[in-house]
Design a binder for this molecule. Structure first.
Ligand code: ADP
Ligand code: MG
Length: 649
């Protein structure tokens, strides 16, 4: 039995392949978690890091709240089952199952008891004397499971254990593994590329693509509220129909013209219109309209279609239709035996309360539960301000993680709908909202609400037993450690690491029109007369104004110019140890000689410090400030006073 927590876990292989990026997941004790995604998306790498077979490049892995990054694999109390069963061919089933215990010098009576018990659970008691070559594929897989069971491990890791079995056996073993999980009452983490396997086995499914978690939630939630096009089309069979669409306004209605064709027009329901407007309606833009085959029926009204193929599957019928302008078939799944034939002209009636809309560029879902709430805000003093009178007071801890750009212009407050709390706590902050409307889902209701003076919705989940209705005024609470500040690209100004001001002591001397800035215990920079008195200063490096000098190879890799025009005496040497890559920018944490704390720099995201951990940065005149030391102390004092008075208020 064990719970696991992965926090900002990254894996970068030698050679720079970013196999896993910013993997965050809480795994509850005794749960069955499935990692699913196409080949190469980082599933096995994640599992191997949990097992301790692969080092974690950065981030933390906790098992039962103990940090285990540096704990050896054999001490982690984990059992692993691989796709290739890896049985010893010369040993019997009994010996194979007992081998790990024998290596640990267990008494043979103990080994016998454990092997027999595991064999009983797996119903292979009569096979114990056989060698692997005398077993079927399914039986071998059972022995592999048996080897894991005898170890009484707290966590079971299974990496595509069924992919070597034929289809029928796979379905059967699926149920057996689910039963095994119930019997053993341990935590299972199961990897597969098969969406049906994932949907039928997991309590929680983690959908991965290209090294990133796309969404992690209960199967029904992933099905009802996919966060993006990838999740929407990866899960569900037959796949969701995706059709290009232009939106238009008619009176107070909004409709979609599928494939921009006048024959393919549907109108959204009022609540959906509000959601589309909330995610920014653009009548010029092309969107992707989505509807699952289950939510289209053949009727006497709706879009005109032509039947191209019909598959009668007994209890259901799959109908492949053609609509005007759309290259692919629109697929319909009908629960009944339908009296529809090839070449029929039919009408497609789309359930408009079960449709999806995706942004074509970002592929984010624009209807239903968003992955993030994105509320316009700005930071004023110590608080986040929203609308007319909503103010979220930040604490020291939060502020020490803010990057410099957070205070500029308009920003967005970002938080996931599932992080909203309903009880006050020292670590969260009250927000008063008014409910506009509710959308019902299988596991919860989605609440769309506003604060005074701001149109953007605060969207969150509420349990079905909470009676919330349109017009209600509610107190909700946002946990400070789960919110962050971002710009319009969703690039975060909140860093996982504490952000210190980049300060070094420096001596400035000006002679013959040249100013020399000598950083104490560090390098010397030379500029045209800076126009300051000679003397001691605090040299404050601006986070976002330093330009990386790329090596020839790296420059070619990331398609950037080699900066050839670096003036001598205007560079500092940087040694990096970590980074936080985002959409457009990459925050890097580094050492520069002479600086009191580590330095935080933001650069373009195409550059990874793993490609070049040590490099030079160009320090132009406007990349730094010189502040008299007493001025710095004064600022620090003023800030401290402000914090104190805020606390006393
Ligand atoms: P999955 O299990 O989802 O198919 P993996 O975790 O095996 O994916 O691989 C993720 C990515 O990391 C792939 O691009 C793969 O080529 C790469 N990779 C896996 N193992 C190594 C390794 N030992 N060295 C370098 N790259 C690797
Ligand atoms: Mg794999």
């Amino acid at each position: 039995m064990a719970s696991l927590k992965l926090k900002h876990v990254y894996k970068v292989y030698n050679g720079g392949v970013r196999a896993v990026n910013d993997f965050n997941l809480d795994i509850k004790d005794k749960s069955f978690v499935v990692l699913v995604g196409p080949s190469g998306c980082g599933k096995s790498t994640t599992l191997r890091m949990i097992a301790g077979l692969e080092t974690i490049t950065s981030g933390q892995l906790y098992i039962d709240n103990v940090l285990v990054n540096d704990m050896e694999s054999k001490n982690r109390d984990i059992a692993m089952v691989f796709q290739s069963y890896a049985l010893y061919p010369h040993m019997t089933v009994y010996q194979n199952m007992g081998f790990s215990l024998k290596l640990r010098h267990e008494k043979s009576a103990v080994i016998k008891e454990k092997v027999l018990k595991a064999a009983e659970i797996l119903e292979i008691s009569d096979l114990l004397d056989r060698k692997p070559k005398e077993l079927s594929g399914g039986q071998r897989q059972r022995v592999a499971l048996g080897r894991a069971i005898v170890r009484d491990a707290q966590v079971f890791l299974l990496d595509e254990p069924l992919s070597n079995l034929d289809a029928k056996l796979r379905v059967q073993m699926r149920t057996e593994i689910t039963k095994l999980h119930d019997k053993l009452e341990t935590t299972f983490i199961y990897v597969t590329h098969d969406q049906t396997e994932a949907m039928t086995m997991g309590d929680v499914i983690v959908v991965m693509n290209k090294g990133f978690i796309q969404q992690a939630d209960a199967p029904v939630t992933l099905f009802e509220d996919p966060a993006n096009l990838f999740v929407a089309t990866f899960l569900g069979s037959p796949q969701m129909n995706i059709i290009k669409a232009k939106l238009f306004e008619k009176g107070n209605k909004i409709g979609a013209r599928l494939e921009d064709n006048d024959n393919n027009i549907v109108y959204f329901k009022d609540e959906t219109i509000k959601q589309i407007k909330n995610s920014h309606l653009d009548l010029e833009k092309e969107y992707l309209f989505g509807v699952r085959p289950d939510h289209i029926s053949i009727s006497d009204k709706g879009i005109k279609g032509h039947v191209e193929a019909v598959e009668q599957l007994g209890d259901e019928t799959i109908i492949y239709t053609k609509i005007e302008g759309h290259k692919n078939n629109v697929v319909i799944k009908s629960p009944l035996l339908t009296n529809v034939n090839v070449k029929d002209d039919v009408n497609l009636d789309i359930s408009m309360d079960r449709v999806y809309l995706f942004d074509k560029a970002s592929e984010h879902s624009l209807i239903g539960m968003p992955s993030y709430n994105k509320i316009p805000c700005h930071i004023e003093g110590d608080s986040i301000k929203i609308g007319e009178d909503t103010s979220i007071l930040l604490d020291d801890e939060y502020r020490s993680h803010l990057l410099a750009g957070a205070y500029e212009a308009e920003r967005h407050l970002m938080f996931k709908p599932e992080y909203v709390e309903f009880e006050s706590a020292p670590t969260n902050r009250l927000v008063k909202v008014k409910v506009d409307f509710i959308e019902e889902r299988t596991n919860y209701n989605i609440v769309f609400s506003n604060v005074k003076g701001e149109e953007a919705y605060f969207i969150f989940r509420a349990n079905k037993d909470r009676e919330i209705k349109s017009g209600d005024e509610l107190d909700i609470y946002l946990p400070l450690d789960k919110i962050y500040i971002a710009d319009k690209n969703d690039d975060s100004y909140y860093s996982r690491e504490i952000v210190f001001p980049n300060v070094a002591r420096a001596k400035v001397t000006t002679k013959d029109g040249k100013s020399k800035v000598t950083i104490a215990k560090g390098e010397t920079l030379i500029y045209d007369d800076l126009g300051v008195e000679d003397g001691e200063y605090n040299f404050v490096l601006k986070q976002d104004k330093c330009e990386v000098v790329f090596s020839r190879k790296v420059a070619k890799d990331i398609k950037e110019e080699v900066n050839r025009h670096v003036e001598k005496g205007q560079c500092l040497t940087v040694s990096c140890y970590d980074e936080e890559p985002q959409h457009k920018m990459n925050t890097i944490f580094a050492k520069i000689k002479g600086f009191e704390e580590y330095v935080t720099l933001t650069v373009k995201n195409n550059f990874s410090v793993y490609k070049m951990p040590k490099f030079k940065v160009v320090i132009s005149k406007d990349a730094f400030e010189l502040i008299k030391p007493d001025a710095v102390e004064q600022i620090a004092e003023e800030t401290q006073e402000k914090i104190e008075s805020e606390k006393n208020r």
